[in-house]
Write a protein that binds this ligand. Structure first.
Ligand code: GDP
Length: 295
């Protein structure tokens, strides 16, 4: 994960390792390299610039009598700033409803259906919940089939209604089914589109207004880099969602989406997807991610 970025940051921070003390010159040199590494990783220009300015300020403001070597000190400053940039604290999902309703949004192919299954499996096996999956994609019959395949794989019930072409009605019926059958979590998988469009946004807004979920989650493919950040912004402008799910972090992603998304939409990344299997889900911890990035 993020091999290229890790390597470049390591190189950048190496500049200071041989030095006995922090000076304006070696800090400027280091932060320039850090900025270049972030830009190469597809981090937005403004975010990269603000990031390195904060690092520079912190580094130059350090007491010279610090016990850490300049190299170690710089690594610590960059790590702390990266952690902050990615949200600081880990944020869980709100499961306070009876049942707790989780609405999934995102473009087609982002990994929504796969993640719906992973989340249901995680809440079932790790948190002792009894989830119900609801198939609300009325446009692609294959999407309903796919959710059933996922449900069978993890032993989780799937609610669908192939005769109905109103996603709002299906979502409501799904929630009613959950209540009647003792499910304490309902995960609603919605239709995706290849690009952000008004009809899709209206549809998902209508579903949300009708079922009032505790969590509206936005699923995005980390491999799409800056596009992931732009799509997140477009969805957030309309949906004001509660959290982000970054999928495909196992792939050849440069890392820009993971680093930038929080500061662009001001919503936490809650989970990451790290593979196609149902177990490939992790709670997102900003500080652990910063550790991984810094190698
Ligand atoms: P949807 O259209 O948003 O519901 O997306 P799908 O759940 O159908 O996922 C699209 C493709 O991405 C499928 O081939 C999934 O197996 C794959 N996929 C989903 N999540 C991940 C992940 O975290 N890592 C990898 N490598 N592939 C994933």
């Amino acid at each position: 994960m993020f091999d290229n970025l890790s390597e470049k940051l390591d190189k950048a921070l190496h500049v200071l390792k041989g030095h006995g003390q922090i000076t304006e010159i070696n800090v400027a040199e280091t932060t320039k390299e850090v900025r270049r590494a972030l830009l190469d990783a597809d981090v937005n220009f403004k975010i990269a610039k603000e990031f390195t300015n904060r690092v520079k300020e912190k580094a130059l403001g350090q007491d010279v009598l610090t016990t850490l070597q300049p190299g170690q000190l710089m690594v610590k400053i960059v790590k702390d700033e990266l952690t902050q940039l990615m949200g600081g604290e880990t944020e869980g999902i709100n499961l306070s409803g009876t049942p707790s309703i989780i609405l999934m949004s995102g473009l087609q192919g982002s990994g929504k259906t796969t993640f719906s299954g992973k989340l249901a499996n995680y809440l079932n096996t790790k948190k002792g919940k009894k989830p119900l999956l609801v198939a609300c994609d009325v446009y692609r019959p294959a999407a309903i089939d796919q959710l059933h395949v996922v449900g069978d794989q993890i032993g989780i019930e799937v609610y669908s209604d192939r005769e109905n072409n109103d996603p709002v009605a299906i979502a409501q019926a799904g929630v009613a089914h959950a209540k009647a059958n003792g499910h304490n979590v309902v995960i609603i998988d919605t239709a995706g589109r290849l690009a952000v469009d008004e009809k899709m946004m209206t549809e998902i807004s209508n579903i949300r207004d009708a079922i009032k979920p505790q969590e509206t989650l936005f699923v995005v493919d980390a491999m799409t880099g800056q596009d992931a950040v732009n799509t997140a912004k477009a969805f957030n402008d309309v949906l004001n969602f509660d959290g982000v799910i970054l999928t495909k972090l196992d792939g050849d992603t440069r890392g820009g989406a993971a680093i930038s998304i929080k500061s662009v939409v001001d919503k936490p990344i809650k989970f990451i997807g790290t593979g196609e299997k149902m177990e490939a889900i992790d709670v997102f911890h900003p500080s652990r991610m910063a550790d991984r990035i810094l190698g």
